[in-house]
Design a protein around this ligand. Structure first.
Ligand code: NAD
Ligand code: IPM
Ligand code: MN
Length: 357
């Protein structure tokens, strides 16, 4: 098949890990007889530096006419001034909104080969297989916000969590459909004891689950409690659905189950149009430019891209199997290896993945 894939490398380690995922996709194209046309566009800090806008129109247009998008990461200390008039992260939020990517799928799967890389006990994490559905275009990230000057000279700043019936319905339904194809359990995470928007989530998801998914096991957990349950009983979760901000925070926490943020891919999907695929980690300014970033999250995101946007299931599985074999052979980037042991850099571990492919 022929497919047009837009690359948004972004900032920090973004370009380093994206380049490795491209090598892997090119190898897959050769092996399976496909033609992937890659088109690299600017987003984030580099786009601000070169155009003044973290999401230039040219990037939006290219994304809209693509089959799928692979993103590295955006942001970094250079653009972190809280007084700056725009930020790299604004570009990422806008592309999600422009493309209607309301569902962010974040699989949290422990690899048997990596059980010792996690700071958590083996018996707790072994066999963990969770699929998070993080709502991605609503809530605190997109509600009314601003900063005002008060008469007494103080400033008053606010961000508002807003959700509508439709926004909650579509993500809960999508998550429940996924649960039905998996182990049949959905956990909905909110803060309904305090937040009005969470009470809407609670009412709507209860109704949908009762009327449309009575066959599924349905559990509701408050987000503070979930932060603890994720570490104490990760195996008890199948599909988890939650709002934008809670999903952001819980999945970074959950990365400690497989052992590193550098292992977690994600897919952002809408009801139609191209999907956007990215690692869940950021631009990692502390290790950028050193050639030591773990590219496996982005390589696994490329596998998700092939599966979800291009329907290339065998090709996606080939990448995932290659990654598992590389880990089984003991290859580790620095984030996964015990202190003092031998590690591979970003390019070298990708070479191993290519050998396995
Ligand atoms: P981060 O995810 O960039 O890094 C957190 C820690 O994890 C760092 O110690 C980093 O070195 C490590 N890490 C992350 N990815 C790694 C990888 N692939 N291999 C090895 N180690 C890895 O989070 P942060 O430091 O809080 O944020 C840095 C910048 O990234 C901020 O500007 C933030 O806004 C941005 N950010 C962007 C995205 C995105 O583009 N999707 C996501 C999260 C954060
Ligand atoms: C993520 C990131 C982004 C988010 C930031 C960079 C806007 O943390 O993709 O998880 O909060 O959604
Ligand atoms: Mn995040």
């Amino acid at each position: 098949m022929k497919a047009k894939i837009v690359l948004l490398p972004g900032d920090g380690i973004g370009p380093e890990v994206t380049a490795q995922a491209v090598r892997v996709m090119e190898a897959v194209a050769r092996k399976f007889g496909h033609e992937f046309l890659f088109d690299s566009k600017r987003i984030g800090g580099i786009a601000i530096d070169e155009t003044g806008d973290p999401l230039p129109q040219e990037t939006i247009d290219a994304c809209k006419s693509s089959d799928a998008i692979l993103l590295g990461a955006v942001g970094g200390p250079k653009w972190d001034d809280p007084n700056a008039k725009t930020r790299p992260e604004a570009g990422l939020l806008r592309i999600r909104k422009e493309l209607g990517l309301f569902a962010n799928l974040r699989p949290i799967v422990t690899f048997d080969e990596l059980l010792d890389s996690s700071p958590l006990k083996r018996e707790i994490i072994e066999g963990t297989d969770i699929l998070f559905f993080r709502e991605l275009t609503g809530g605190l990230y997109f509600g009314p916000s601003g900063t005002e000057e008060l008469p007494d000279g103080q400033q008053r700043a606010y961000s508002t969590a807003v959700y509508t019936t439709n926004e909650v319905e579509r993500i809960v339904r999508m998550a429940a459909l996924a649960a039905r194809k998996r182990r049949g359990k959905l956990t909905m995470v909110d803060k309904a004891n305090v937040l009005e928007a969470s009470r809407l989530w609670r009412r709507i998801s209860a109704k949908i689950m009762k009327e449309e998914f009575p066959d599924l096991e349905y559990e509701v957990v408050l987000v503070d409690s979930m932060a603890m349950h994720l570490l104490s009983r990760p195996k008890s979760f199948d599909v988890v659905v939650t709002s934008n901000m809670f999903g952001d925070i819980l999945t970074d926490e959950a990365s400690m189950l497989p052992g590193s943020l550098g292992m977690l891919p994600s897919a952002s999907l809408g009801s139609d149009g191209p999907g956007l695929y990215e690692p869940i980690h950021g631009s990692a300014p502390d290790i950028a430019g050193k050639g030591i970033a773990n590219p496996l999250a982005t390589i696994l995101a490329a596998a998700m891209l092939l599966r979800h946007s291009l329907q290339l299931d065998a090709e996606a599985t080939a990448i995932e199997t290659a990654v598992k074999r590389v880990l089984a052979a003991g290859c580790r980037t620095a984030d996964l290896a015990p202190k003092g042991s031998a590690t591979l850099g970003t390019v070298a571990i990708t070479d191993k993945v290519l050998e396995q492919l």
